[in-house]
Ligand binder design. Sequence first.
Ligand code: HEC
Length: 204
Amino acid sequence: MKIYLLISSLLFFSFLILSTPRLKDLPEKGTKPAVTSSVLQGNQEQIKLGERLVMIAACHDCHTPKKMTDKGPVIDYSRALSGHPADMPPPDVNRKEVEQKGLAVTNTLTAWVGPWGISYAANLTSDATGIGNWTEKQFFTAIRQGKYKGLENSRSLLPPMPWDMYRNMTDEELKAIFAYLKSTKPIRNIVPAAQPPVTAAHGK
Ligand code: HEC
């Protein structure tokens, strides 16, 4: 009997010793758990892909303010993706006439007057006034369902945001764009709220 007790307690203690992590395996106090370099590299590659997609899908065309030159407006990358500048007024036009006859746009291509009212290109930087507090799910809802702020019960996104074309991007491409946007320099810019048309919408 005694010998069984001795063996089983020996077994129990050796189990305890074996299952306790060795000191050198424990992360040092105050350091984050080690991230393997391949994960980091994977993230960098995803961000690079996102940056490239943002470039070739022309997001800057509307979401980045422009500098005026003698050849016309050129993209101002120092304000990349920060949306329509808060202090810039929309085009000074007869809105009633524009809503019936065509479109008007600021020379930054960031504020648009048309039959839908006035739309302002959003701030897509990592700042809280941009997409800094968005989840990836919100970004998918914005691009796949065309919903403002990426919330399912919010209003539809207005023209000229071409979400119904971008919705054809793969999950991998959208994830990469979102990862890139989250990595951008935060630029604080509270884009003005969209405005409804001054005339009643026709055909409805
Ligand atoms: C032709 C102009 C144009 C292009 C190109 C464009 N956008 Fe937009 N985008 C807009 C406008 C204008 C709005 C604001 C629409 C509104 O308020 O309803 C907007 C809104 C958005 C929103 C919603 C923001 C919010 O707060 O709800 C997201 C997200 C977005 N764009 C992402 C992108 C991405 C990513 C690209 C490139 C792949 C892109 N846009 C290209 C014009 C454009």
